[in-house]
Design a protein around this ligand. Structure first.
Ligand SMILES: Nc1ncnc2c1ncn2[C@@H]1O[C@H](COP(=O)(O)OP(=O)(O)OP(=O)(O)O)[C@@H](O)[C@H]1O
Ligand SMILES: [Mg+2]
Length: 184
C-alpha cells in the first residue's frame, strides 16, 4: 500500500498454544532469530505465527515470507499460514497473481516469495521478513533480504528461522534492532 498515515495498532486474539521451544522462539528479542528442529517439530507454525504478529504490529507496512522454492513456499509455508488465518477467522485477501496477502484489518501486506525472486525486490522496503527452510537458502539470498529491511517505521521484534537440527530453516527479522547476525 502507499505511504499513507500510519494506522492505529489493532489487537487481535489468536488460538495458539506454543510448544516450549516455540514459546522460547517467540520470546526471543534478538533482531534475527532462528528455530531449528526435527521433522514436524513446529518450525513452519512458529514462523507463520511470528509473521502474523509482525503484520499486526506493523500496521500498513510490508513484510515478506520466503522459502527456497515456490513449491516449498506454496505447499508448506503458505499452507500453514492460510490454515492459521482461516482457523482464527483473521480476514485477509490473497492476490494469487501477485503472490501477496493483504491483512484486511491492518492494511499490512505479506509478500510471498521464493529465493530466486528476492533480487527482484528492488525498491521494496520491508518492515520484517521470515524464511522457512533457510538451510536450503544461499547466503546471498539472505543478504539481499537484509538489504530490503529498511522500513524506518518498522516495529516489533525480529527474525525467525525454521530448520532441521543441523541447520537453520526459517528466520524472521525486522528493522529496528541490531543485535547479531545469524550464524551459519
Ligand atoms: N503449538 C502447536 N500446537 C498444535 N499443533 C502444532 C503446534 N505447532 C505445530 N503444530 C502442528 O504440528 C504439525 C507440524 O508442524 P509444522 O509443519 O510447523 O512443523 P515443521 O517443523 O515445519 O515440519 P517440517 O519439518 O515438515 O517442515 C502441523 O500439523 C502443525 O499444525
Ligand atoms: Mg516446515
Amino acid at each position: 500500500m502507499g505511504g499513507g498515515a500510519e494506522r492505529e495498532r489493532i489487537k487481535r486474539g489468536i488460538v495458539y498454544s506454543p510448544l516450549f521451544s516455540q514459546a522460547r522462539f517467540h520470546a526471543c528479542t534478538a533482531r534475527f532469530k532462528g528455530y531449528s528442529g526435527s521433522i514436524g517439530s513446529g518450525k513452519s507454525q512458529a514462523l507463520c505465527q511470528e509473521a502474523i504478529k509482525l503484520s499486526y504490529i506493523n500496521t500498513g507496512r510490508t513484510g515478506l515470507i520466503g522459502a527456497p522454492t515456490y513449491p516449498m513456499l506454496r505447499d508448506a509455508t503458505l499452507g500453514t499460514l492460510l490454515e492459521v488465518l482461516e482457523r482464527n477467522v483473521i480476514p485477509y485477501e490473497h492476490n494469487k497473481a501477485e503472490n501477496v496477502l493483504t491483512m484486511v484489518e491492518t492494511g499490512s501486506k505479506i509478500l510471498l516469495r521464493a529465493v530466486d525472486e528476492f533480487e527482484r525486490l528492488r525498491g521494496t522496503n520491508l518492515a520484517w521478513f521470515g524464511v522457512d527452510e533457510l538451510t536450503y537458502t544461499a547466503e546471498e539470498a539472505w543478504l539481499r533480504l537484509e538489504g530490503r529491511l529498511r522500513d524506518p517505521l518498522a516495529k516489533g521484534c525480529v527474525g525467525s528461522q525454521s530448520g532441521r537440527r543441523k541447520g537453520t530453516t526459517g528466520y524472521t527479522a525486522n528493522s529496528w534492532r541490531i543485535l547479531r547476525r545469524p550464524t551459519r
